[in-house]
Design a protein around this ligand. Structure first.
Ligand code: OSB
Ligand code: MG
Length: 376
């Protein structure tokens, strides 16, 4: 039994070390909802990956805050909780709001790992000692800026370069990058910036030998992606479209994609992330772990998840220093010269939260307490 005594919500504000531009906008600073669970002297953490605006997904930090405070946290405090895997059922009545649910559920798994005295990776079923790392490089002010960034990341050892793209920042960029680096593992991510009128343009990208094209079409689509995939040699990878295991099954059976990006926040927590992973594995579809510009808390959860066996492609989980002047965990997440992150084997998530730092970055807070328990 996991007796949760209190749930603390807090918002921290943290500037990114470098602005991050996608087809849907530029992020220069993050407003992040952190969850802290208190349970019989233990502290567990969760991070909500919803952004400030409803651009990547329909959730935002503000919707997540309200739903957590008014619906999810009260349910969790009243429930009989044995394990992290109980959370989907506890939250079942609330539709959607998967990023809000994930922040709480992942904190419960973090707590469960501490109570069982195992690493979070082990609790999730992880088998890897190290995870292979790639980087996601945002749209840059100029092609020269992009070339410099790629050179830096390759020198650091990253195994795969993913370029954010959009109409006007695509073919000419791929050409320039392939001219200079004909053999690197390269992919692109459109974040739904294209439509079927662009089909012939996208088919032409086959000549760049990309590992995958991530979410080229609508954020909620399977059918048109399957039409596009039929015309392409390059694999499509779905990100935004995959909300749960059933979506993964639909996408795989319709041949809308040949690769899946798993983001634990996007699918509603570790239980569903493992379910998507397993469904893909049974059908021979490789997965990789996506990122959402997380602090070290969400990042450490991503590392544990990415240690599962079917995370066979390099993910977007990279070093703390690529995002933050100083991360809020200790040690910071670092990547080896081979482009790998070591999966912690110590109890729990394996990185300490810098509590004083978090305290000083906090701009809003709210605490919910459990009702006094009756002990026999
Ligand atoms: O589509 O993968 C995406 C960041 C914010 C929103 C969506 C995406 C991303 C990234 C960055 O690609 C991944 C990372 O480095 O955390
Ligand atoms: Mg993506």
């Amino acid at each position: 039994m996991l007796n949760i005594d209190a749930i603390h919500l807090r918002e921290i504000n943290l500037p990114l070390a470098h602005p991050f531009e996608t087809s849907f906008g530029i992020t220069t600073s993050r407003r992040i909802l952190l969850i802290e669970l208190e349970s019989e002297g233990l502290t567990a953490w969760g991070e909500c990956v919803a952004g400030e605006h409803p651009y990547f997904s329909d959730e935002t930090i503000d919707t997540a805050w309200i739903i957590t405070e008014s619906e999810l946290a009260p349910r969790l405090l009243e429930a009989h909780v044995e394990r992290g895997g109980d959370c989907p059922n506890i939250f079942r009545q609330v539709r959607g709001h998967r990023m809000a649910k994930a922040a709480l559920e992942n904190a419960v798994w973090d707590l469960e790992a501490q109570v069982r005295r195992v690493s979070l990776a082990e609790l999730l079923g992880g088998t890897r000692d190290v995870i292979p790392c790639g980087v996601s490089i945002g749209i840059q002010p100029s092609p020269d800026h992009l070339m410099d960034k790629i050179a830096t990341e390759l020198a650091a050892g990253y195994q795969r370069i993913k370029l954010k793209c959009k109409p006007g920042w695509d073919v000419s960029i791929f050409e320039a990058v392939r001219d200079r680096w004909p053999d690197i593992t390269l992919s692109c991510d459109a974040n739904s910036a294209y439509r079927m009128k662009d089909l012939e343009n996208i088919v032409d990208w086959d000549r760049f030998n990309l590992l995958m094209i991530e979410q080229p079409l609508w954020y909620d689509d399977f059918y048109f992606h399957s039409m596009l995939q039929k015309r392409l040699l390059t694999s499509i990878c779905l990100d935004e479209s995959i909300r749960n295991r059933r979506d993964a099954l639909a996408a795989i059976d319709m041949e809308s994609c040949r690769i899946i990006n798993i983001k634990v926040g996007r699918v509603g927590g570790f239980s569903e992330a493992v379910a998507v992973h397993n469904a893909a594995e049974e059908r021979g579809i490789p997965v990789w772990c996506g990122g959402m510009l997380e602090t070290g808390i969400g990042r450490s959860h991503n590392i544990a998840l990415a240690s599962l066996p079917n995370f066979s492609l390099p993910g977007d989980v990279s070093a703390s220093s690529r995002y933050w002047a100083q991360d809020i965990i200790e040690p910071q997440v670092t990547v080896s010269a081979k482009g790998e992150i070591a999966v912690p084997t110590t109890i729990g998530r394996g990185f300490e939260v810098q509590r004083d730092r978090v305290e000083s970055l906090t701009v809003r807070r709210q605490t919910l307490h459990a009702k006094a328990r009756v002990t026999a």
